[in-house]
Design a protein around this ligand. Structure first.
Ligand SMILES: NC(=O)NCCC(=O)O
Ligand SMILES: [Zn+2]
Ligand SMILES: [Zn+2]
Length: 485
């Protein structure tokens, strides 16, 4: 059974050109003019792009005394409806360790996911057990380990723990990821605002200023450099953090930065809304920033100092957010975006000229696949690649509203945004899983876990350079030594 996508313009990260795409089974068989297949997908007047990859989601994550309400079923369906064909979710180990946590995640994902998925493993402490489990995690197809420098008393790790884990990553060919905020200072500022009587959602933003993120980003980069490993900074939200990443890259370090679609388009004014629910629904870490930080992030995407746009989709209902009434520290941290990442980025990025269509593909798919080591299986339109494709219709438009979203959350932080550019079709491994106007849900459980191999190249290059430039003892002959000592 073959499918041909006809009449569109292929938009890849490196170029745009007109061609048909022939799909056989789950992969791309051929690209060229006048291809024929059993079924035809009409792409006339549309762009054909690699399916979006969201490298940062928290579906059904237990967090802050509750569990993120977006399920694997609703979250992956929402992703497909918005053109995202793969998510990478964070596994949080409990008392039973990393492997048991991975099993727990897998038991949910395998039954429910309708798009493909992978995991990052979180490192929330350090011990011999962590040291021993990490290679087993890598053997099971995970090559990224996440570290929280915030959430003191819960997920936060200290510098020595992070350094030990980063060294282990270096040895295993794995990439460390970091949530960079100075957790000690955040905790102190939270206490101060509560003591001053500022207990509403706005205090969430006050207690997490950009300096707190910039300091932690610099520290994470320094620790990665000392450990001889690249590093990926998740949810880069401000100029201070971007500046640290930019400077490190200019010095030749392999540092990646991931702005979120929320930070690019929503600002701190959201927290000053008089409606408590409205403001609390937007509480996430780091918080939304002012327009000058947004400009910095957009510039970084265009210039290449920031590589990826994610969502950090960690969605709680209004009822869950109300756990923090009277104490902003108890508002579950997280917002959604998986369904709207591509259309909002297209509208606010490509339509405004901040990004080219090719840069759009790079930051939503190709760069991510390369950084996570699944390219060209994912993130590419090439013979042999998985046929994860979006037929993107720049003429389709809608006004974003919780009332008709696929996400099961009762609100949407982009409510009222008018977007131009939406998927006419989304294909996941060759199957049409979303068609505009049909609205039917793909089969839960059809999504596959995608194994990601370790990174031999970057880690080996770094350790070779470290070895070549390592401090060495000076050899001194007797004539250069003090006599009689
Ligand atoms: N970002 C956020 O507020 N919640 C999800 C957990 C995290 O990524 O820090
Ligand atoms: Zn985080
Ligand atoms: Zn996150």
């Amino acid at each position: 059974m073959s499918t041909v996508i006809k009449g569109g313009t292929i938009v890849a990260a490196d170029r745009s050109y007109e061609a048909d795409i022939l799909i056989e089974g789950e992969t791309i068989k051929a690209i060229g003019p006048d291809l024929k297949g059993d079924t035809v997908v009409d792409a006339s007047g549309a762009y054909i792009m690699p399916g979006g990859i969201d490298p940062h989601t928290h579906l059904e994550m237990p967090f802050m005394g509750t569990t993120a309400a977006e399920t694997w079923e609703s979250g992956t369906f929402a992703g497909l409806a918005g053109g995202t064909t793969m998510v990478v979710d964070f596994v949080i180990p409990g008392e039973d360790g990393m492997l048991a946590a991975m099993d727990a995640w897998e038991s949910k994902a395998t039954r429910q996911a309708s798009g493909d998925y992978s995991y990052h493993m979180c490192v929330t402490g350090w011990s011999e057990r962590h040291f021993d489990e990490m290679p087993k995690v890598v053997a099971r197809g995970i090559n990224t380990f996440k570290h929280f420098m915030a959430y003191k008393g819960a997920l936060m790790v200290n510098d020595d723990e992070m350094f030990a884990s980063f060294q282990r990553c270096a040895a295993l060919g794995a990439l460390p990821l970091v949530h960079a905020e100075n957790g000690d200072i955040v905790a102190a500022l939270q206490q101060k605002y509560m003591a001053d009587g500022t207990s509403g959602p706005e205090a969430h933003a006050y207690s997490r200023p950009p300096e707190v993120e910039g300091e932690a980003t610099n520290r994470a980069i320094m620790i990665a450099d000392a450990a001889g490993v690249p590093v990926y900074i998740v949810h880069t939200s401000c100029e201070q953090s971007h500046e640290a990443i930019r400077r490190a890259r200019q010095k030749g370090m392999r540092v990646y930065g991931e702005p979120l679609i929320q930070h690019l388009t929503l600002d701190e004014g959201e927290y000053f809304n008089r409606d408590w629910d409205y403001a609390a629904r937007r509480v996430m870490s780091p918080p939304f920033r002012n327009k000058s930080h947004q400009d910095s992030l957009w510039a970084g995407l265009a210039a290449g100092s920031l590589q990826v746009v994610a969502t950090d989709h960690c969605a709680f209902t209004t009822e869950q957010k109300r756990m923090g009434l009277g104490d902003f520290r108890k508002i579950p941290n997280g917002t959604g975006g998986i369904e709207d990442r591509l259309s909002v980025l297209w509208t606010r990025g490509v339509e405004t000229g901040r990004l080219t269509p090719n840069e759009f593909v790079a930051v939503t798919s190709t760069n991510i696949a390369q950084i996570l080591n699944i390219y060209p299986q994912k993130g590419a339109i090439l013979p042999g690649s998985d046929a994860d494709l979006v037929v993107w219709d720049p003429k389709l438009s809608k006004t974003i509203s919780a009332s008709n979203q696929k996400s099961i959350i009762d609100y949407n932080v982009f409510e009222g945004f008018k977007v131009n550019g939406l998927p006419r079709y989304t294909l996941s491994r060759g199957e049409v899983v979303w068609a505009d106007g049909q609205n039917s849900q793909p089969q839960p459980g059809r999504g596959k876990f995608i194994k990601r191999k370790p990174f031999p190249a970057a880690n080996a290059a770094l350790s070779k350079w470290k070895e070549l430039t390592a401090p060495r003892a000076v050899t001194r002959s007797a004539e250069h030594m003090p006599i009689g000592v």
